[in-house]
Design a protein around this ligand. Sequence first.
Ligand code: ADP
Length: 178
Amino acid sequence: MSTWLDGRIEIVTADITTLHVDVIVNAANPSLLGGGGVDGAIHRAAGPQLLEECRTLGGARPGEVKMTKGYRLPAKAVAHAVGPIWRGGNHGEAETLASCYRRALELAEAAGYRTIAFPSISTGAYGYPIEQAARVAQATVKAYLLENDSPLRVTFCCYSPGDTRVYEQVAGEILGAS
Ligand code: ADP
């Protein structure tokens, strides 16, 4: 575990479904009806009521985020973000990925939540290179927290020690030593 930006950002290795934060972010697909990876883990841990609520949402486009309750999760809410599928990097992937982070932060703050955890959106089945995704994630979160003087505390939840090492290396450049 490491902390950055005066403790407002932390990087951990964990299963995001176990985190006691207000909001966890899901790396969903446009149907918002569940899938593999972190999406499957979140639906399993939250229970079938999550899928029932997701059926009412009408899906989402890449870069969009929709919130539900957390049901059986320790988290109070889930922000379902649809990341970009990696197609080489020249198809707006970075902008779409940044939108996922920004919209999730905006929705969480607007709902009065104070703590939010992100998985590494798009870096599993969607194929986004982890180091590039970590740069987008950290630059977008840092800019949001500073520009909006936001009270949110943000956790980057990496699923493997290797991903955590990449996030910490990128943090040394983007978030600064602290
Ligand atoms: P995407 O389709 O957006 O790529 P994936 O779920 O396939 O979504 O992968 C996104 C990231 O989530 C990957 O880095 C993967 O290792 C990670 N991941 C998978 N399961 C979990 C989990 N339970 N908690 C946190 N991260 C997870």
